[in-house]
Structure formats: structure tokens, C-alpha cells
Design a binder for this molecule. Structure first.
Ligand code: ATP
Length: 264
């Protein structure tokens, strides 16, 4: 059913997360390969953000998490980030009073007394090369000195992605990065995601914009009530009765053009 990924950059095995009586992720096994864009979709409350939180270390989980073959599930979030596992947040606003470059610098500056002293003395040295490389990856070299308010919404969203790409990111987990974009912006965003993946980065994409995910993803996983109910190519997912049922609330209900949760 699924495309084989022989050497996954990210692999979870039997990953589970419990919030009290709620099993938000139940035994999730998922792989993201180098240069792959993998979608993670599912209705509201299915457990998608929980999965990102668990993989990046922001919530407790059980099961295995391998980054490029190395076990990372015991590592704290900042260590996983340093090892190449990065994410965006649903409310990923940029600092409006900082330039694009400064927004990216904030993301990679290490907390601690040395940074504080260097900042105080005006001697902090943001890693300009890695920041420039991240902006190139999202096609935004020309806005490095602008402030977010001077950019289009689509550009702002891409700066958010660039922020997660700074500093040797191997796998990036994008939690609804295209929310609020119109069709044209969303299509451009998808093109830029492909450009990022083509550099060798593995991309996990969560988004409710079905045309974006079905168009841009190589493979998709579908969560419902914390469980993985389907995995496959966009074509397989589009036609999977379990997926249609999960989105539309019943196996006998065909998708209609008016239904927001329709898969096309
Ligand atoms: P959406 O598409 O709306 O963002 P989602 O698929 O990302 O939803 P999650 O936010 O991961 O879903 O939520 C999965 C389940 O876990 C839901 O039942 C939610 O109420 C519950 N949940 C999420 N975070 C917590 C938390 N911190 N404490 C308790 N329950 C939580």
C-alpha cells in the first residue's frame, strides 16, 4: 500500500500519549524519509499536534523515536532540536519589531548566561550563514532586513518555516503552517515545501487544507481518535472508505462539494 522508505530520517514505533483517560496517540508507527513530504491528517482532536509535541519532546510519550537511526525519546526538547528535529507551532507568530533575520536568530540563539552577557555587551553573533541558508531554502533571500509587517501573509508563513530550518535541521514538523492562506498563496507555499524537501530535509506536514496536502505530499498518514486508520499515497487516501468515513462521520455518507471536510 505505501511507498517504501528504506532509510527513514524520522521513525516512531508504537508511540503513545495519554492525557488522563484520553489516549491522544495510540501506538503510532510512522516514517519520514529524506527529501520526503509526508502528510499527517485527521479530523479536529484526532491527535496530530499531540504527535508533534511527543516527537519533539514537549509532551511525555511511550514508544520509540528514532532520528536518523539514533534513539532520541529520552532527550529533552532543546537537545532534539540541536540534533536536527525542528517544529513549528500553530500560533507561530513572528516578532513584529524584529527583522526577518533577527526573528531567525532568536530561534537559534542558545539560552544561557553566555548569550545574555554577549547580548548585553552587544557582542552576540547570530549565525548569519545558517540564517541566510534557511531563507534561501524558502526562497526569501530578498526580505532578510524587512520586518514581518512588510511581508505578505504567505511570506510570513514561510519565515515561520525558515525559523525551524535554521541550524542543520534534518526533519521539520509543520503544524498547520499554511493556515489562513488563500488558494494562490497555498499553492506557492506547497512549491516552496517541495524545494525544502529537495535539499534532503524530511518534512511532516499537518494541515487542514486538503488540496495542499493531497497535492504536495508523497505519502499520508491519517489519524482518527488517536489511532492511525490509514496510510498511503494521496490517491489511496483520497479513495479510502475509512478516511472518508472519519472525515464525514459515517461510511454511507458520500462527500459533497459543499462539505468542508471533503477530501478533494
Ligand atoms: P486539531 O486539528 O484541532 O488541532 P489535533 O488532531 O491536533 O486537533 P490534539 O490537539 O492533538 O488533536 O488533541 C488530541 C486529543 O488530546 C483531544 O481529545 C484533546 O482534547 C486532547 N489533548 C490535547 N492536549 C491535551 C492536554 N495538554 N491535556 C489534556 N488533553 C489534551
Amino acid at each position: 500500500m505505501s511507498v517504501d522508505v528504506s532509510v527513514p530520517l524520522l521513525q516512531t514505533t508504537g508511540l503513545s500519549v495519554r492525557y488522563g483517560g484520553v489516549v491522544a496517540n495510540d501506538d503510532i508507527t510512522l516514517r519520514v524519509g529524506a527529501s520526503e513530504i509526508v502528510g499527517l491528517i485527521g479530523p479536529n482532536g484526532a491527535g496530530k499536534t499531540t504527535f508533534v509535541d511527543a516527537v519533539t519532546g514537549f509532551t511525555r510519550s511511550t514508544g520509540g523515536i528514532l532520528l536518523d537511526g539514533e534513539t532520541v525519546e529520552q532527550h529533552p526538547p532543546h537537545r532534539r532540536r540541536h540534533e536536527g528535529l525542528a517544529r513549528t507551532w500553530q500560533a507561530g507568530e513572528l516578532f513584529s519589531d524584529l527583522t526577518v533575520t533577527q526573528n531567525l536568530a532568536v530561534a537559534v540563539q542558545r539560552p544561557g548566561i553566555r548569550t545574555l552577557i554577549a547580548d548585553t555587551l552587544g557582542r552576540s553573533t547570530p549565525p548569519h550563514e545558517t540564517i541566510a541558508a534557511a531563507l534561501t531554502m524558502v526562497g526569501l533571500d530578498n526580505v532578510a532586513d524587512r520586518r514581518p509587517t512588510e511581508l505578505s501573509l504567505g511570506q510570513q508563513k514561510l519565515v515561520g518555516v525558515a525559523r525551524a530550518l535554521v541550524g542543520g535541521t534534518q526533519v521539520v514538523l509543520l503544524d498547520e503552517p499554511a493556515a489562513g492562506l488563500d488558494t494562490h498563496e497555498s499553492r506557492h507555499f506547497g512549491t516552496e515545501l517541495r524545494r525544502i524537501a529537495d535539499t534532503g530535509v524530511g518534512v511532516l506536514l499537518i494541515d487542514h487544507d486538503m488540496s495542499l496536502v493531497l497535492e504536495v505530499c508523497d505519502r499520508l498518514y491519517v489519524l482518527d481518535f488517536g489511532q492511525m486508520i490509514a496510510e498511503g499515497t494521496p490517491e489511496e487516501i483520497r479513495n479510502d472508505p475509512r478516511v472518508i468515513a472519519a472525515y464525514l462521520g459515517g461510511p454511507d455518507v458520500p462527500p459533497t462539494p459543499d462539505d468542508e471536510r471533503t477530501l478533494s
